[in-house]
Design a protein around this ligand. Structure first.
Ligand code: FNR
Length: 186
């Protein structure tokens, strides 16, 4: 089946062995077939308006192109100090400028936060939502996904080990697919 919607995946951890990266990969495997995924590089130089012209970093340009090409955005992020990691906030800032040329505008989004702790990155999840309001991105509200105990979520092959978690995450991705269809004209 040909994919109907292209989804950019933004993982808020730069760590090679990131649990959230593992979770993001698992989510793409549980998603309906009409969704195609592209993991976008988030390791970007800090946003500085002075560089947003002739000195534009190539990675910013590629990042903006990657978001522009997407119909929707899937955020999968850890929580850092009860907020979002700086890499993710920086990526939001890079994509939001130059003024009036934000690549985020109108793109539907879904947020999954994951943590080894019990609260499942609730703080990061909701702080991210605050920026998405300003960026004019309709963020799926239900189901919410705060994944606690993320270090114990996977089997040796990186698949979701627990049946109930797998069922929930599959329904989350189906709901996201329906959310995208509501917001993207095809
Ligand atoms: C953390 N961690 C963390 N966890 C949490 O639940 N709430 C928090 O506020 C924080 N704060 C925090 C700050 C910083 C700077 C680091 C490096 C870590 C722990 C974090 O959830 C844990 O390291 C995860 O494994 C990070 O996600 P990845 O990299 O495995 O995807």
């Amino acid at each position: 089946m040909t994919a109907k919607f292209n989804v950019a995946v933004l993982v808020g951890s730069l760590r090679k062995d990131s649990f959230n990266l593992r979770l993001a990969r698992a989510l793409t495997n549980l998603a309906p077939e009409e969704l195609a995924f592209n993991f976008v590089n988030m390791d970007l130089p800090l946003y500085n308006p002075d560089r947003d012209g002739d000195a534009l970093p190539e990675s910013w340009r590629q990042f903006r192109d990657g978001i522009r090409a997407a119909d929707a955005i899937l955020f999968v992020t850890p929580e850092y100090n009860r907020s979002i990691p700086a890499s993710l906030k920086n990526a939001l800032d890079v994509g939001s400028r130059p003024m009036g040329k934000s690549v985020w505008n109108g793109k539907p989004a879904a947020i999954v936060s994951g943590s080894p702790g019990g609260i499942g990155g609730f703080g990061a999840n909701h702080i991210l939502r605050q920026s998405l309001v300003f960026l004019n991105m309709p963020a799926m509200q239900q189901p919410e996904a705060y994944i606690g105990g993320i270090a114990d979520l996977f089997d040796a092959n990186g698949n979701i080990a627990r049946t109930d978690s797998k069922t929930f995450l599959t329904s989350f991705m189906s709901a996201f697919d329906a959310w995208i269809a509501r917001h993207v004209d095809r």
